[in-house]
Each structure stands twice: as C-alpha cells, then as structure tokens.
Design a protein around this ligand. Structure first.
Ligand code: FAD
Ligand code: SF4
Ligand code: SF4
Length: 402
C-alpha cells in the first residue's frame, strides 16, 4: 500500500504535516507533498479534514502456487557429519508431506558425502538431491545459495525447511530474497492448513511475550528456519529405499566471492546441550558463580553437561552457551536436573520436553515442580552434596537396598 495526496482537494491546512510521525510530508506551494520517508502508516489519511489523502493499493504480486509441489529439507552437514537438526527436520517434513500427500526431498550439498545420501533415505526422505562438488565441500553463502536457488527455479518445491543453525540463518534469508518469497525465521512449531496447503509457521514474537503464526499465501516455496532441538527426530529404518539423484552443480569458482582461507576452532569448550543425555542446570538459587562448581561436579559424576538459567548468564556466572530456554537452547535429554531454578515460562520452553525432570528448590511452591517428575524441596547446598555422596557410594547403597 502507498498513500497519495489528491492535490486538487488539498486546502493546504498543514494538519497532515503535524500528524505524520515520520516527517514524510512537505508543504510545497501550499499543497501537501509526500516524500520518500513515508512508511505508508496511514495516520495522515485519518488526520486530513477534507479527505485529500487516499490509499493506493499496489499491484498484487505473487506466483502460480499450483505449480509448486513437494516438501524439501536442507540436510546440513559439516565435515561429512549430518547435523541432528537435519534429522529433526526430516521427521517434521515427513509429517507435513504425508498430510498434504506429497514427497519429502532432502537437499544435500558437499563433496564425497554419498554415505549421507543413503542415511537421509533411511531417515525418511523419499528423494535426495545430492550436489557433489569440490566447491561445496565447505559452506559458502554464495555457493550454497546459487545451487539451491537453481534447484528451486527448476523444480519448484512447495515448502523448504532449514535448520536455524548459524549456517541456516545465513542461507535461509539469502535464498528467500533471491527467489522472492517469504521466510519465517526460528520457528518452534509447524502445522498445515489443509484447506489451502498453507504452512502455519509459529515462532515467539515481541520479545517472547506472544507466539505469532505466520503464513506465506502468495509466494512459493513457503520457507522456514526451525530451531534445533524443538522437533522430534525422524526414526531410522535400515530397510528404507528411495531415489538418490547425484548431480554436478552449475557452479564456478568466480560465483563464490568469499574464500575460506582457514578454519579455526573456538578455544572455549563447546557445550553440546542439544545432544546431551543428562543435563544438570543451575539457577539463581546457587547464590553466586562459585555454585556452578557443585553443578559441574554432579554433571561430571553423571557423565552429563552443565546447563543454566538466563538469570545466571545475565549475572555473568556462566557463559551464554550453557543457557537453556526460549532465548537459549531447546533441549530434550533423558534426564534434566534443575537446581535452584524457579521454572519461569521462558526456561520451561527450553526443557519441558525432557524425558525425566528432577527439580531441587527450597520453595515448595516453585513453578518448576509443576513440570518435574521428581521434586526435592531443600537447599541445593545440602541436597547436591548428598546426591554426589550417594553416587560415590552407589554400590554400597544398592547392596544395602538388596
Ligand atoms: P529465579 O527466578 O530468581 O529463581 C531462583 C530459584 O531458586 C527460586 O525458585 C528459589 O526458590 C530457589 N532457591 C534460592 N535459593 C535456593 C537454595 N539455596 N536452594 C534451592 N533453591 C533455592 N530464562 C531462562 O532460563 N532461559 C531463557 O531462555 C529465558 N529467556 C527469556 C526471554 C525473555 C523475553 C524474557 C522476558 C525472559 C527470559 N528468561 C529466560 C528469564 C526468565 O523469565 C527468568 O527470569 C529466569 O529463568 C529466572 O532464572 P532462575 O530460575 O535461575 O532465577
Ligand atoms: Fe506520514 Fe504515515 Fe502519511 Fe506516510 S502514511 S505521509 S508516513 S502519516
Ligand atoms: Fe492538504 Fe489534507 Fe494535508 Fe490539509 S491535511 S494539508 S488538506 S492533505
């Protein structure tokens, strides 16, 4: 939409100039003239006493959506290893494909990763489009964007899902803008409106205070990046078969402007929260940064990793890479132990799908107990040392129990 002044109607009162919040109206020869700061907010239309400002509907653009078929998943791999989020997307993609009666295709780019193409089929892909090239061995924005955009133009998928990893967050917007479609970033839920095959893409909005469901009605593919750890992984079936189409992409060295000169691993230890089986998380109830030593000790005994609430990250007690929750990592371990964590909704959003939740909190009414399978009401500095002691003497304790 744009707005326009009907010059003949304008009486030059200047009301719209004062009303416009964007300083987008000038008075020239006693007539209002809209300049390029206009955001089409429409405030001036309401303000004008003689209805001299009107809405101009732009030409509706879109594509013939009936030409687009199939659900695609970008199968992200790094150094020949498939990321967990790719398997989660195959699980979700399969559900969507079945609902709308179409095929699930995985798009795999890399060099000599034929084994992964087979793996993708066993995880539920009906087809794998496998672009094999030295120029795709390492991720580059230009290279991957070009190959995927070429595929989209040629084959016209209806839906394209990408993991919201660092690479996915770089790649998704590039593709969507090049093929002129919409993209919903960082989705936490996907559903389909079966009446019109629209993908309902839900994500937190306005600082996490509400969930927004976004649709892309007139353009294709419908694109979403999806948070790692949110969707359930696809099941592996050794006997599954499917089509693997290996192709040599139309890509030249000069298509890629950035050259990867060297890859340097970050010095800080990487916390693989999303992949951990056991997570011991600490909250503000620990009292200070020192408290995390106790959490680390318990995590180590259980062969688990350390998680944290945002309050402790904000306080500078622990690095952000440990944060669990809406603005941190989404996890679903076998066991999640929350120590001195109140259970705010934003924390629960990242861990409530864990198989077994154990909470330790000195406040018996703490909301964390509502999602916990086992709750221990007590001081973390008394309970955790007892647990560690118990683990150290587990054989003796078991013998006594027997
Ligand atoms: P508190 O709420 O202060 O709870 C401390 C708990 O420890 C209390 O229940 C208390 O009873 C207990 N306690 C105190 N002393 C002891 C003791 N000695 N022994 C046992 N228990 C004790 N939070 C996240 O965690 N992750 C997120 O991703 C996240 N994203 C957010 C996004 C937005 C937009 C907003 C607005 C907030 C977000 N938050 C997030 C913050 C969230 O709302 C809470 O403020 C935060 O989770 C609280 O952390 P906490 O439970 O450690 O601290
Ligand atoms: Fe200003 Fe909004 Fe009117 Fe544009 S539509 S001129 S931004 S008040
Ligand atoms: Fe003209 Fe209407 Fe603006 Fe007054 S408010 S200057 S009449 S366009």
């Amino acid at each position: 939409m744009a707005v326009k002044v009907i010059s003949e109607e304008c009486i030059g009162c200047g009301t719209c100039v004062d009303a416009c919040p964007f300083d987008a109206i000038d008075m020239i020869d006693d007539k209002a003239v809209i300049n390029d700061k206009c955001t089409a907010c429409g405030t001036c239309i309401e303000a004008c006493p003689v209805d001299a400002i009107i809405k101009e509907e732009g030409e509706k653009k879109g594509v013939d959506i009936n030409q687009y078929k199939g659900v695609w998943v970008f199968a992200e791999q790094r150094a020949g290893e498939l990321l967990n989020v790719s398997i989660e997307l195959l699980g979700e993609g399969k559900k969507i494909a079945e609902q709308i009666g179409t095929d699930l295709t995985a798009v795999l780019l890399g060099k000599d990763v034929d084994n992964l193409a087979e793996t993708l089929i066993k995880y539920g892909a009906d087809n794998v489009l496998y672009g094999d090239s030295e120029l795709l061995e390492v991720y580059t924005t230009d290279g991957y964007t070009k190959v995927i955009c070429d595929l989209i133009e040629e084959r016209k998928p209806e839906i394209l899902l990408i993991g919201a990893t660092n690479i996915g967050r770089d790649l998704g917007p590039r593709i969507s803008s090049r093929v002129h479609t919409g993209l919903t970033a960082d989705c936490t839920r996907l559903e389909v409106d079966l009446e019109n095959r629209r993908l309902m893409q839900t994500r937190p909005a306005f600082g996490g205070n509400l969930m927004a469901t976004i649709i892309c009605p007139n353009h294709r593919p419908q694109m979403a990046t999806v948070r790692p750890g949110v969707m359930e992984k696809a099941k592996y079936d050794e006997n599954r078969t499917g089509n693997i189409e290996k192709f040599n992409p139309n890509l030249k060295e000069e298509d890629i402007r950035a050259k990867v000169v060297e890859t340097v691993k970050a010095k800080k230890a990487v916390v693989k929260l999303e992949e951990a089986n056991i997570i011991v998380s600490g909250g503000r109830g620990l009292g200070d940064a020192e408290g995390f030593k106790l959490i680390e000790e318990l995590a180590e005994k259980l062969d688990g990793v350390v998680g944290a609430s945002r309050a402790t990250v904000d306080a500078g007690w622990i690095d952000q890479s440990h944060q669990v929750g809406q603005t941190g990592k989404t996890v679903r371990p076998t066991v999640y132990i929350a120590c001195g964590i109140s259970g705010a909704i934003q924390h629960l959003a990242g861990m409530q799908d864990s198989d077994l939740i154990i909470a330790i909190n000195k406040d018996k009414d703490a909301p964390i107990f509502k999602v916990a399978d086992y709750g221990i009401v007590g001081d973390v500095y008394e309970v955790i040392p007892e647990l560690i002691n118990g683990l150290d003497n587990i054989d003796e304790i078991m013998a006594q129990l027997n």
